[in-house]
Design a protein around this ligand. Structure first.
Ligand code: ADE
Length: 443
């Protein structure tokens, strides 16, 4: 039997107790609606998940586990989960309603905050995030948009523990633009060789601190490949006008090496952080959250589940590109004008395969190739004279994820026509795949 999911309308009842109101947001995982408890009159926010999507994505057990752990989170700076109600087709997560909007909107409209005000918010953020880490729950998508502000200006982190839900695939299995951005993603996450949830969240907190104190992102570029290079290198300009202690803390958090990056407990001991710090007092766990376990049961055919929450969960090209919907991907996916000095294209070969393939193509074409500082230096000597090279090209492969690489070709000097031939041959042999053309068409 096929059960068709109905759209929630204003005034609709959930669990005979909550009346749904306006849409608060089209969150990463589905709609979030305002709701009122009809007995108490108290406001709530209700996150609505489609059961069928969870079944299709084979993440049923994962979701049950996640919801089970979310009820453990009782911290003044983490959005509280009050109740979980399920219908035949939907899961309704009844959450604390936070009425001051997103911190993102505050910074976008009013600009950066003073160090004293920014410090108070950052202390609350670190308190919240380290509390969840201590319970074994990682956020994995921390950004200003997930930091809500309450009526008295305190922050509440939302979407904790929901990282199991793929954020950018919708019912049709395609990518959709939710205007997220990879600006907050730690370099080791992009490298896609497995990462630790705690150190990756710490990096994202550093990006949030930077934005709070400066009003802009530390790593930004409209071109995705360039943005990733900036994140990998961790080279960021920290404004001179920040206090030396704030600059030091930002630098220690935005350390591209996760093994030397400052930890949550070290942040709490840092001079800048410690000023006027009063740690929050999370509530004791009295286990009073009601979960509608029976109704939550999702009947799914047996099959392998994706463990999206494991520390080694790897983002795939779809998730990665989905994160980047606000960025200009044209230079990333389409063949750039080969008359230009610099061109980039993507490939699904691994880094090693690509390097070998580039080498063999250029050798076949009669070029010579040398490896220098991780780049391939491709040269062609003029047929007439021994020492008069008439084309010199640097080829570099940037690993975005295991199976997604960007090849960048840069002409140092030489004949434009020969350079164009080289680029076209390389792109033809190794470059834009059919699937990437399709992906590019998505945007
Ligand atoms: N938007 C998303 N989650 C929310 C919440 N808990 N309160 C208010 N608005 C929200």
């Amino acid at each position: 039997m096929v059960i068709f999911a109905r759209k929630e309308k204003e005034g609709m009842r959930v669990g005979n107790k909550y009346e749904l109101g306006r849409t608060l947001g089209e969150g990463n995982f589905g709609k979030v609606k305002f709701a009122r408890n009809l007995d108490s009159g108290h406001p709530f926010a209700v996150k609505i998940l489609e059961k069928q999507r969870i079944i299709d994505l084979k993440i049923t057990d994962q979701i049950k586990r996640e919801i089970g752990t979310l009820k453990l989170l009782k911290h003044p700076n983490v959005v509280r989960l009050h109740e979980v109600i399920a219908s035949k087709t939907k899961i309704y997560m009844v959450l604390e309603y936070v009425n001051g909007g997103e911190l993102f909107e505050k910074i976008s409209s009013k600009g950066k905050l003073s160090e004293a005000v920014g410090r108070r918010l950052f202390q609350q953020l670190i308190d919240a995030v380290s509390y969840c880490h201590d319970k074994g729950i990682f956020h994995r998508d921390l950004k200003l948009e997930n930091v809500l502000v309450d009526a008295v200006g305190n922050i509440k982190v939302s979407d904790f523990g929901l990282s199991a839900l793929p954020q950018h695939l919708q019912d049709d299995g395609l990518l959709h633009t939710t205007c997220g951005s990879p600006n907050y993603v730690a370099p080791e996450v992009l490298k896609n060789k497995g990462y630790d949830g705690a150190t990756a969240d710490t990096w994202s907190c550093g990006i949030i601190l930077y934005v709070i104190l400066t009003g802009y992102l530390p790593f930004d570029d409209r071109n995705l490949a360039v943005l990733f290079q900036k994140i990998f290198k961790g080279e960021t300009q920290i404004p001179k006008w920040l206090s030396p202690e704030a600059k030091h803390l930002i630098r220690r958090i935005l350390d591209p090496n996760p093994s030397t990056r400052i930890t949550m407990s070290e942040i709490k001991e840092h001079d800048w952080f410690k000023q006027d710090y009063t740690p929050a007092h999370p509530e004791e766990d009295d286990d009073d959250v009601h979960i509608d376990d029976e109704a939550l049961s999702i009947n799914e055919p047996p099959g392998a589940e994706k463990d999206l929450n494991s520390p080694s969960h790897r983002i795939n090209a779809f998730e990665l590109i989905g994160m980047s919907s606000c960025l200009d991907l044209s230079g990333f996916f389409e063949k750039e004008d080969v008359s230009e000095r610099k061109i980039r294209f993507t490939s699904n070969y691994t880094h090693e395969e690509l390097t070998e393939r580039i080498k063999s193509t250029v050798l076949q074409m009669g070029f010579s190739v040398q490896k220098k500082n991780g780049k391939l230096k491709v040269t062609q000597e003029h047929k007439g004279g021994k020492n008069s090279a008439n084309l010199s090209v640097a080829a570099e492969v940037f690993e975005i994820s295991h199976m997604l690489n960007v090849v960048e070709l840069r002409k140092s000097f030489g004949d434009g026509k020969v350079y164009r031939q080289l680029c076209e041959k390389l792109m033809h042999d190794h470059g834009v795949s059919r699937s990437q053309e399709l992906l590019a068409a998505e945007f």
